[in-house]
Design a protein around this ligand. Structure first.
Ligand SMILES: C[S@@+](CC[C@H](N)C(=O)[O-])C[C@H]1O[C@@H](n2cnc3c(N)ncnc32)[C@H](O)[C@@H]1O
Length: 467
């Protein structure tokens, strides 16, 4: 059967692909259908047709899959924050484990790797300690609001429709964050919406309010609010900060990041303290961390403890080992490993994260960790001694190929690779497979109801046959 754009078909979903889309096949031809689960029968319209595959949009679910559950969130199916709420959690874990294994086999071209079942997240709602809500001067409507009279369209503070940069849903409550976060979100929305300054237009690049970032400390049940604006105007932001602090005593920090650039990111070129402290304190295991607004900190606090426990096990430290931690953020992994290593050096680009890392070590009287700030492509060459163990925890894009080359030239005996993206993990493992053997992989679910999965990979340097 010939597949054409615009065509409507009845499809049986047979699998779920990496990226979260359901997969159907017509005469062997792959069709990806968003918001579907294996064993669904759906009526769908082809919206994109390529040589190798097509993409379709569901028009009607003719027979729902037994893997479906009732999603508790009213934005499920429309919001890009989490796309798998309609899937049974046990099944989510199963699919994630399989996606890690398949990526390593197909992209990494490495067979017979032991991939353990994904460790579940202790909480499957309210687990995120950081949320970033976007402002927009145009609100994206839900289907039920289309054509309704009196629907406000001029302002949104919320999350994006999947895969879009300008379609922002006005989110009243996000179930991925703890409840108080939604009250703070609503107070900020009312203030921004009725203020004299407009929301930032994602097409026009004009306007004032850009993002609202909320961080939660699990250990202390405290909150940090980061208001990101396009310019500096203390008269506009200070009353918002004051009213938030007055209304919610659990808010211990309000900062204003100013991002004058077009790039749609919640990190500013400068930061103004509006109330409380500039940092938020949280604990991982027995360690307390100070976290600045722009520093990376794992977004699922309990999940991070599982993750770091796994890193320590895979690192097999003897007490006398030297460790090099690439992409060290606020120093969470070095601090976690410090008592079992001779020394740990962390490399990290973000200045505030390196400052936090140094402070976090001093606070714990840890004297065997040092940090070097800068792009790893440059700073890695400053390390003259070969470490016994290397920890690598890059951002989603994985390692730059120059960094992989430097890692291979350095040649540590053991590597523990922590990744939040199975595809780039597998690509990097492929580049390393001549020199390193992949011993085992432990996926850790830090992101329930999304298709994202964290994983820890244990690598060992291959013995070279000397001629
Ligand atoms: C996934 S986070 C890991 C942080 C830390 N290991 C943890 O568990 O909290 C990746 C970190 O890499 C840093 N980073 C990204 N690109 C970098 C680069 N080219 N050089 C140095 N650090 C970089 C980011 O700022 C971020 O802190």
């Amino acid at each position: 059967m010939k597949i054409k754009k615009g065509q409507t078909l009845e499809l049986d979903i047979i699998d779920i692909a990496f990226g979260g889309k359901g997969l159907a096949k017509v005469d062997g031809f792959a069709i990806f259908v968003d918001n579907t689960a294996p064993m669904d029968r759906v009526l769908a319209r082809i919206v994109k047709k390529k040589k190798q595959f097509a993409e379709a949009r569901v028009m009607e679910i003719l027979k729902p899959s037994p893997l479906r559950v009732e999603p508790p969130c009213e934005y499920s199916g429309f919001c890009g924050g989490c796309k798998w709420q309609f899937l049974d959690y046990e099944k989510q874990l199963e699919f994630k484990t399989r996606h890690v294994a398949e990526s390593i086999a197909h992209i990494g071209k490495i067979d017979h790797v032991i991939v353990h079942p994904a460790l579940p997240s202790e909480k499957i709602f309210g687990y995120r300690n950081k949320m970033e809500f976007s402002c927009s001067d145009r609100r994206w409507l839900l289907p039920r609001e289309m054509g309704m009279e009196g629907v406000e369209r001029g302002f949104a503070l919320g999350l994006h429709v999947p895969g879009t940069f300008y379609k922002v849903l006005d989110i009243q409550a996000c179930l991925l964050q703890p409840g108080l976060g939604n009250q703070i979100l609503d107070t900020a929305r009312q203030y921004m919406k009725t203020s004299e300054a407009p929301a930032y237009g994602l097409h026009s690049h004009e306007g004032f309010w850009r993002f609202l970032m909320l961080r939660h400390s699990v250990a202390y049940d405290h909150w940090m609010v980061n208001i990101i604006t396009a310019s500096e105007d203390r008269n506009l932001v200070q009353p918002l900060a004051d009213s938030l602090i007055e209304k919610y005593p659990k808010i211990v920090s309000v900062v204003n990041n100013i991002n004058t650039r077009k790039a749609s990111i919640a990190v500013g070129e400068c930061e103004i303290l509006l109330g409380g402290e500039r940092i938020l304190r949280d604990r991982l295991g027995s360690f307390e961390y100070e976290i600045s607004a722009n520093s990376f900190f794992q977004t699922n606090t309990r999940g991070a403890e599982e993750l770091y426990g796994g890193v320590k096990t895979f690192a097999e430290l003897s007490g006398g080992d030297t460790v090099l931690d690439l992409y060290s953020g606020t120093g969470t992994i070095p601090i976690w490993l410090a008592d079992s290593a001779k020394s740990v050096i962390g490399l990290e680009m973000v200045e505030s994260a390196v400052a936090d890392a140094g402070k976090n070590c001093r606070n714990h009287k840890i004297g065997n960790c040092t940090f070097i700030q800068g792009d790893i492509r440059e700073t890695l060459s400053e390390i003259n001694e070969r470490p016994d163990v290397m920890i690598i925890d890059p951002p989603r894009a994985g390692m730059h190929k120059d960094v992989v080359k430097q890692v291979l030239a350095m040649g540590p005996e053991r590597i523990v690779y922590v990744s939040c993206n199975p595809a780039t993990l597998a690509r990097d493992l492929d580049l390393m497979r001549e020199d390193y053997e992949v011993l085992e992989v432990q996926p850790v679910d830090m992101f329930p109801h999304t298709y994202h999965i964290e994983s820890i990979t244990k690598l060992k340097k291959k013995d070279r046959v000397r001629l």
